[in-house]
Design a protein around this ligand. Structure first.
Ligand SMILES: NC(=O)c1ccc[n+]([C@@H]2O[C@H](COP(=O)([O-])OP(=O)(O)OC[C@H]3O[C@@H](n4cnc5c(N)ncnc54)[C@H](OP(=O)(O)O)[C@@H]3O)[C@@H](O)[C@H]2O)c1
Length: 318
């Protein structure tokens, strides 16, 4: 990771871009003009970017890209962390040199990003990075943390709950499991056998996904499951239904199921991500970094993430 140049008025930068849709092979690291902060914006010298499944999913073909509003040439990636290195007129919330993290839709894997203050995911979002949270960790927080917070708000866990979390060892799972434990719930998390140790480390009781899940859950929780969050598809949600969990205590982030409320990171309550960042700073939530790659190896990083067997988050160093 390079030291960010706080006072250097960068005119050139680097960015991962694509000129056709497809797999990791369409991603190239290019020299580009540095974006400039206009009024009401800040520019961030990005030091780390976190990957999410949406990054590679939405560039996979033209039809999918169009649904996300992407056109070519496009940037890549959304979660970032770094240091403010340029202020547009009228910005008072940030100063040059402030450490920030946030989301900049489909352009975050770059040397610099410009974001609105205040903004939303398309125009960019920035939050102050709390002391005690390093940039690589900060770069993992926004998409996964907001999604976990939004999912937990639907099922509203407390002590006495036993929650089933499907796909619990992935990027969203690491936040969801720990926040559910923080709320006092017993957590049962699905994963392959290779996830068991990672899930226990987060505070979940592991159960393998696939055929026979309902029977394994009955054995593990004879008193029953009271809520479910499906972070992978439909299996955990359907298993919860079979075990008698009412639909209003089931949610999904990665599929649609009739009668069950889906949720997205955009539904997170105001302040949710700052609260998660404070928990990370206090050591009450930890973020396992499954792998980190220099930006020159973006294709390998995306291929690993797209394999769907990552435990924790994948981070790009810039
Ligand atoms: N709606 C939203 O706002 C939103 C936001 C973020 C993510 N998402 C979506 O939510 C999903 C999860 O995101 P993520 O970042 O957590 O993904 P991720 O990090 O890629 O998830 C990887 C995890 O999935 C597990 N997994 C693989 N196959 C599975 C299966 N058949 N059943 C259950 N788990 C399985 C893996 O466990 P093993 O290695 O043990 O197999 C691994 O731990 C993605 O589809 C993503 O697009 C939606």
């Amino acid at each position: 990771m390079q030291q960010p140049g706080v006072t250097t008025p960068a005119t050139t930068s680097r960015a991962v871009q694509l000129e056709s849709f497809g797999g990791p092979e369409v991603l190239d690291l290019r020299e580009v003009p540095a974006p400039q902060a206009a009024a009401g914006q800040i520019r961030v010298r990005v030091t780390a970017a976190g990957l999410n499944p949406m990054d590679w999913f939405m560039i996979s073909d033209a039809e999918t890209a169009a649904r996300f509003g992407l056109s070519l040439p496009s940037g890549f990636g959304t979660d970032y962390a770094g240091v403010v290195d340029q202020l547009g007129d009228g910005v008072t919330e940030f100063a040059a040199g402030d450490r920030v993290f946030g989301a900049a839709f489909s352009r975050a894997v770059a040397g610099h990003v410009v974001v609105d203050v205040p903004g939303h995911i398309a125009t960019g979002i920035a939050h102050h990075t709390p002391d005690g949270v390093d940039d690589r960790t900060a770069a993992t927080l926004t998409i996964a943390g907001c999604t976990a917070a939004a999912a937990l708000a639907v099922v509203n866990l407390g002590p006495g709950d036993t929650v089933l979390i499907g796909g619990a060892g992935g990027g969203v799972g690491v936040f969801t499991v720990q926040l559910a434990r923080f709320a006092g719930a017993r957590v049962i998390g699905t994963g392959s056998a290779t996830s068991a140790g990672a899930l226990r480390g987060l505070g979940a009781e592991p159960v393998t996904y696939g055929d026979g899940l309902v029977n394994r859950l009955r054995a593990l929780a004879p008193a029953g499951v009271t809520a479910a969050i499906d972070l992978f598809g439909t299996e955990a949600a359907q298993a919860a239904r079979e075990l008698g969990v009412p639909d209003e205590r089931i949610t999904t982030i990665a599929a649609r199921i009739d009668g069950i409320t889906p949720v997205s990171g955009a539904n997170a309550a105001a302040g949710a991500i700052e609260a998660i960042a404070r928990l990370v700073a206090a050591g009450q939530i930890r973020v396992p970094i499954a792998a980190r790659f220099p930006v020159e190896q973006i294709r390998a990083a995306v291929a690993l993430q797209a394999g769907r067997h990552v435990h924790g988050k994948v981070v790009i160093d810039l």
